[in-house]
Design a protein around this ligand. Structure first.
Ligand code: ATP
Ligand code: MG
Length: 565
């Protein structure tokens, strides 16, 4: 028999490799035990669920270790960035439940970055190259062959300082010169083969306007910004591990605060694309209804779809943090959502494809109110009244004219329970000229109010319904995967990924009928339509008199049943 684990051991066993590093540094009193992280989005699009993983990690570590986390906009590329994105990013982080300690913009460091470049020039560690980008690329060499040195590599310090200051003052056109670090064209790290530090770009920046026409490259701006903010643990995704030697080189040569970079695996989800650039294609090409289309894996889309911040945070902690790229099943995200909504969503009845039922033995012109439990998972949610009368709607597919044995719902002569109401027996199906069923004639048993028969008689099926007279009409939107392919990375090279878009990702149902309490649902409240899934009122298109509900997620993973996973 193995001994039960010590509680201390099981605690530390739960730490992922990044938290282990942070815990070790705190223990060793590195940086006086201080922990300071940052989340550094480029404001060139809206945040997505992948960013949520990074946010939960960076802000989570700061919270757990009593440290700080900054929000820093990595706004060094003026042509792609915009204040709209700056604002949406802040809104999304707050919605997720996090608040930054300091708000910064890399563009605030442009002057400092410029001065440090001059310092590197003076140390003969940077030079102005006047070759084209194409020439520079051709001289880079390969993993097995060294690169070639630029013919401008040995310019004098004075010439470099002069050219660089004239680059800044706008004397040259885009592409005429670049500033490069002077490192080693034979380095085994390709990133160290005299990487670019600055390029000329005559473009208006969303914050600095036309003050600058030279802009620092990511590799030069990022680590220096970390150092300026005295970030202790600079956490980024795995594709940056090849950049780490350069990150360290700049910090070492400038002798600035020794921030250190750590890499973790980015989040990829099945049936989903995860890149701002691709979202821009979708939005600009009108494939979706904006950045917050409920099919988008953007945080604004997920919010509009009905995701809760708690569900997203729980998902992020469940998938953890690893060093190996993988593909996470969308079902894991959806199950985290179901678990959260099951606790918080009040139950309601809604009929998505209504079939009229006339209860012939119910007194004409009368109605009554029945008690319904709001959430069986949460007693404090209480009960509500639902109206019942002689005419109701049920779901069309809850009736079959010639039902097989295992069909426990309604058929001619069969009895079912109406949720929270009575037993109902079907007497007759009325058809139109074309043979379509347009109405059912049924009888109810007044003795079964509340759903139980005093004689102990049982029924196998319980179906949902709404009162025809009292229910309200709504449009309901159902969603399916954005992509038809499980892993977009598997698509053949050169094929346009948009060919994988699922043309049936949205179904719009009109003429749905909802119980009347949903008419004044305040919009932000998630609900479960019994037997149909979790729904939320659409924040954009829903209005009094034109209710629109989005299906957040079905009750069960129906995709796997269809064998499509
Ligand atoms: P995209 O390719 O979607 O534009 P990005 O990495 O360029 O993403 P940034 O704005 O630079 O986006 O990212 C900010 C932070 O979020 C970075 O630290 C980045 O590593 C992290 N991040 C981006 N995408 C993911 C992802 N899919 N999983 C985890 N972290 C991510
Ligand atoms: Mg980017």
């Amino acid at each position: 028999m193995s001994p039960a684990p010590q509680s201390d051991d099981s605690e530390s066993a739960k730490l992922d490799f990044i938290r282990e590093i942070v815990a070790r540094d705190v223990q060793a009193n590195t940086h006086q035990g201080r922990v300071h992280t940052r989340f550094p989005p480029e404001p060139n699009g809206y945040l997505h669920i992948g960013h949520a993983k990074s946010i939960c990690l960076n802000f989570g570590i700061a919270q757990e270790f009593g440290g700080k986390c900054n929000l820093r906009f990595d706004d060094t590329n003026p042509t792609k960035e915009d204040v709209e994105y700056v604002e949406s990013i802040q809104e999304d982080i707050r919605w997720l439940g996090f608040e930054w300690d300091e708000l910064h913009f890399a563009s605030d460091y442009f002057e400092q970055l410029y001065e440090w470049s001059c310092e590197l020039i003076r140390k003969e560690l940077a030079y102005v190259d006047s070759q084209t980008l194409e020439e520079i690329r051709q001289q880079r060499g390969t993993a097995t062959e060294p690169g070639q040195e630029s013919r401008y590599r040995n310019r004098s310090v004075d010439e470099n300082l002069d050219l660089f200051s004239r680059m800044r003052s706008g004397e040259f056109a885009d592409g005429e010169h670049v500033l490069r670090a002077r490192i080693d064209m034979a380095s085994k790290h390709l990133i160290l083969r005299d990487p670019l530090m600055y390029r000329i770009r005559h473009a208006e920046h969303h914050r600095t306007g036309n003050q600058w026409c030279i802009y620092p490259m990511y590799d030069y701006a990022h680590g220096q910004s970390d150092a300026i903010e005295e970030i202790t643990h600079s956490i980024c995704t795995l594709e940056f591990d090849t950049h780490r030697p350069l990150y360290d080189w700049f910090i070492e040569k400038l002798g600035i605060f020794p921030s250190h970079q750590y890499e973790f695996a980015r989040l990829n989800l099945t049936y989903t694309v995860m890149s701002k650039r691709k979202f821009i294609d979708l939005v600009d090409g009108n494939y979706v209804d904006g950045w917050d289309d409920p099919r988008m894996p953007t945080l604004s889309g997920m919010r509009r779809r009905g995701y809760t911040p708690e569900a997203i945070r729980n998902f992020c902690s469940e998938i953890g943090v690893t060093k190996y790229n993988g593909l996470t099943d969308l079902v894991v995200l959806e199950n985290a959502l179901r678990a959260d909504l099951n606790k918080r969503a009040e139950r309601r009845m809604a009929v998505l494809d209504p079939l009229r039922v006339v209860i012939t033995n119910y007194p004409e012109g009368e109605s009554e109110e029945l008690d319904a439990v709001n959430n069986p998972e949460d007693e404090s949610a209480g009960t509500r009244k639902i109206p019942f009368g002689r005419e109701i709607f049920i779901e069309r597919d809850d009736f079959m004219e010639d039902p097989p044995k295992k069909f426990f719902r309604l058929g001619p002569g069969r009895e079912v329970r109406l949720r929270w109401a009575y037993f109902l027996t079907c007497q007759e199906a009325i058809k139109d000229e074309d043979g379509n069923i347009v109405e059912l004639r049924c009888t109810y048993d007044p003795e079964t109010k509340g759903g139980n028969a005093p004689d102990g008689r049982k029924v196998k099926g319980t179906i949902h319904w709404v009162s025809a007279e009292h229910s309200v009409e709504a449009e309901v939107r159902l969603y399916d995967h954005l992509l038809k392919v499980e892993n977009p990375a598997d698509m053949p090279e050169g094929q346009d990924w948009k060919e994988a878009l699922n043309e049936n990702s949205l179904s719009v149902l009109k003429g749905c009928r909802l119980e009347p309490s949903l008419a004044d649902n305040d919009g932000a409240m998630p609900v479960q339509f019994e037997r149909k899934g979790y729904f939320i009122q659409d924040a954009r298109d829903s209005a009094a008199g034109h209710l629109v509900f989005n299906r957040t997620v079905s009750l069960k993973d129906s995709w796997s049943k269809k064998g499509r996973r």
